[in-house]
Design a protein around this ligand. Structure first.
Ligand SMILES: [Zn+2]
Length: 348
């Protein structure tokens, strides 16, 4: 976790345009006033003109502006891309109506071309081949059957469906059992902690944290997890979650510090766009529903935005508490207005 801490490591990452460093730190360039992710393709500035920051918030408060090239106003590109591919795989595994790549691209809100390119890059085969593999797996329920492997997977250099799946899961960083089950069920680990704003449950999949919820009792929180994720197999596992639990508590105490807790955002395409937009509201500021609607290019959708905010499953890390009424008044909060006020106060 401690990579890219020293200036030497950071400079090296920038010079090598290391995408793994994206999300760990950003750098501002004094001569342009712009700040970038380490992998930005723009011309490397002189080291003496660079300033390093742990988070985009810090770069902003130091007066630097977002880079239009590497889009520091958004999550790092590799996160966004991987997330899109994971979502595509989930849809293919879960939704029998999605039989065509066009429909898949439309559901995800991207072009067919873009989806195909990314899918090929991350999974190694195109989405159509992957769909066939999933279908076949559903029909035969056997990962080792050589007789059912498609030509396309053979062409991609795999001699078995199981070899294909295990390679895909490694590429995307997902547990093999999740693939075997075709995402119809998914293992979800959860644990509790006392936070500054009350009892909190955190749940994670192999992809990242998928839920942060507040409540009055453990029973109530488990019930909410079950309702929100009906297909998940819940496993109580505080040991495995302890790092994330601690990181979230730390984040609640120091909201302006960068956190690189990986998220597994699961919602409809519209909800996810809203939730991603919420993540761009800097710590210490607020936005109105109308402003968020504008940010996702749907200026008339303020009410739908409000609804997406209230269904956000990842409290605090997707900061829906930073959305307020147009006149600046606190509006409702899924976990109570008192909590919302406390969270906003702690960011001042
Ligand atoms: Zn840049």
């Amino acid at each position: 976790m401690d990579f890219y801490q020293s200036d030497t490591q950071r400079l090296k990452a920038i010079q090598e345009r290391d995408p793994k460093a994206d999300g760990r730190f950003v750098y501002g360039v004094l001569t342009t006033g712009i700040f970038c992710y380490p992998s930005c393709a723009s011309r490397t500035a002189k080291p003496e003109n660079m300033r390093y920051f742990d988070s985009t918030d810090e770069a902003l408060s130091a007066g630097f502006r977002y880079c239009k090239r590497c889009r520091t106003d958004l999550q790092p590109l590799s996160d966004r891309q991987r997330h899109l591919v994971v979502q595509a795989c989930r849809l293919i595994g879960n939704d029998e109506k999605i039989m065509r790549v066009d429909a898949l691209a439309q559901t995800l809100g991207v072009s067919r071309f873009h989806l195909q390119k990314l899918f090929k890059e991350y999974v190694g085969v195109n989405p159509k081949t992957y769909m066939q593999a999933v279908r076949m797996h559903c029909l035969h329920r056997s990962l080792d059957s050589h007789s059912t492997i498609t030509e396309a997977i053979l062409d991609a250099g795999y001699d078995s469906l199981s070899g294909f799946y295990s390679d895909v899961h490694k590429r995307l960083g997902i547990n093999a059992s999740a693939w075997r089950k075709g995402f119809n069920t998914m293992d979800m680990r959860y644990g509790f902690a006392q936070s500054p704003v009350g009892l909190m449950v955190v749940a994670q999949t192999d992809v990242g944290v998928c839920a942060v919820l507040f409540g009055e009792s453990r029973e109530q929180l488990i019930e909410e997890l079950t309702t929100r994720f009906p297909k998940a197999q819940l496993l109580f596992d505080e040991q495995n979650l302890s790092l994330h639990l601690q990181a979230i508590i730390k984040h609640l105490h120091e909201p302006s510090k960068c956190n690189d807790i990986p998220l597994d955002i699961q919602g409809t395409a519209f909800q996810e766009r809203v939730w991603q937009a919420l993540r761009q509201i800097p710590c210490g500021s607020t936005a109105s529903y109308a402003e968020v609607a504008k940010a996702i290019n749907q200026p008339k959708a303020a009410r739908a935005v409000a609804k997406a905010c209230s269904s956000n499953p990842i409290a605090v890390l997707i900061p829906c508490h930073r959305v307020v009424k147009g006149n600046g008044e606190l509006s409702g909060y899924r976990w109570g207005v008192e909590r919302k006020r406390a969270l906003l106060d702690s960011e001042q």
